[in-house]
Design a protein around this ligand. Structure first.
Ligand code: E4P
Length: 217
């Protein structure tokens, strides 16, 4: 599981658990960390992540050349950085070029809204595709159907590209995405908190603790 945040406090709170594969950021999440640059935030996140934990940073740029240049800048900082490339025409060019030049670089095709985008990203050699589940739901699209179809297509093609579900606004979207066949999900910290808390479990635990204090065997 990945944490979808650029906030150090939120990442630190999750580190004691062993479920964190890494952290995903995007320009919007970085902009929420007021007064800090992408470079500063990335450095700080990397300083608290373990050796095997990845940090995904999104390359930006209006032209293909800008996007490629930014990807190179991002990747030059640390071996634990994986690159997010938007799945549009410029992005497909850059993914293809990066994979040809540096096959070891891990690429996540981001802003995925269709099976077609995932198909092209897989052909470009991307390691991951990130379907935007809540943004799909907002447009009346069935994220589960798109993910199920993508899983079937990847299997048919025999590609190793994995699905990393993203853009969640409730916990049902997360479980539906995993059940649809996504290999992984990136979750905002507030939803991880919701997943850890269950009112019925809390009531049961409270009763057990009460009985334990009363000396019940
Ligand atoms: C992660 O990689 C995506 O950028 C992110 O999950 C998008 O989430 P949002 O739709 O809540 O902005």
């Amino acid at each position: 599981m990945f944490l979808d945040t650029a906030n150090i406090t939120e990442i630190e709170a999750m580190l004691p658990f062993n479920w964190l594969t890494g952290v995903t950021t995007n320009p919007t999440l970085l902009a929420k960390e007021k007064g800090q640059t992408r470079a500063n935030i990335s450095r700080e996140i990397l300083s608290i992540l373990g050796e095997s934990q990845r940090l995904f940073i999104q390359a930006t740029g209006v032209t293909q050349a800008e996007l490629y240049e930014d990807a190179q800048t991002i990747l030059s900082k640390d071996a634990r950085i994986a690159i997010k490339i938007p799945a549009d025409q410029n992005g497909f060019h850059v993914m293809t070029q990066l994979k040809q030049e540096r096959p070891d670089v891990e690429i996540l095709a981001t802003a995925i809204f269709s099976v077609e985008q995932s198909y092209l990203a897989a052909l470009a050699g991307c390691d991951w595709v990130a379907p935007y589940v809540n943004r799909m739901a907002n447009q009346g699209l069935s994220a589960s159907r798109i993910i199920t179809d993508t899983v079937a297509l990847f299997k048919q093609l025999g590609v190793s590209t994995k699905i990393l579900g993203a853009s969640f606004k409730n916990t049902a979207q997360i479980t539906e995405t995993l059940i649809a066949g996504a290999a992984d999900v990136t979750i905002p910290a507030d939803l991880v908190e919701v997943m850890m808390q269950n009112k019925l479990a809390a009531d049961s635990i409270q009763t057990f603790n009460l009985h334990a204090k009363g000396g019940c065997k």
